[in-house]
Ligand binder design. Structure first.
Ligand code: SF4
Length: 103
């Protein structure tokens, strides 16, 4: 890959990888990664109300992450902070540090 291609890729925020022989591109609009601790989720759904393109309730009415890229970092963090049981963790993928809940 040429240097200009790498720079362009970073500027666009587009990641690409091969899956079943096909080139798959995903646009990463942030650096925060969210995860749901299922045992803590009480189905309050405030995360879904704030960031519906990232969180949805599954068939057991437990929040699940449907995409890391549905909303920007600020919205993902806000959704996590809205959770009454702190069931959502937010990790900075560049530093590896947990951003929320603050320990
Ligand atoms: S806000 Fe928290 S408790 Fe409510 S659905 Fe989301 S993860 Fe579950």
């Amino acid at each position: 890959m040429a240097v200009s291609d790498i720079i362009q890729k970073r500027l666009d925020g587009v990641e690409q990888h091969e899956e079943d022989g096909k080139l798959v591109q995903t646009k990463n609009i942030g650096r925060y990664k969210v995860a749901v601790i299922r045992d803590k989720c009480i189905s309050a759904a405030s995360c879904v109300a704030i960031a519906p393109k990232v969180f949805q309730l599954d068939e057991e009415a437990i929040a699940t992450v449907i995409s890391q890229d549905g909303h920007d970092d600020e919205t993902k963090l806000l959704a996590a902070q809205s959770c009454p049981t702190a069931a959502i963790t937010v990790t900075d993928t560049e530093t590896g540090e947990q951003v929320w809940p603050v320990e």
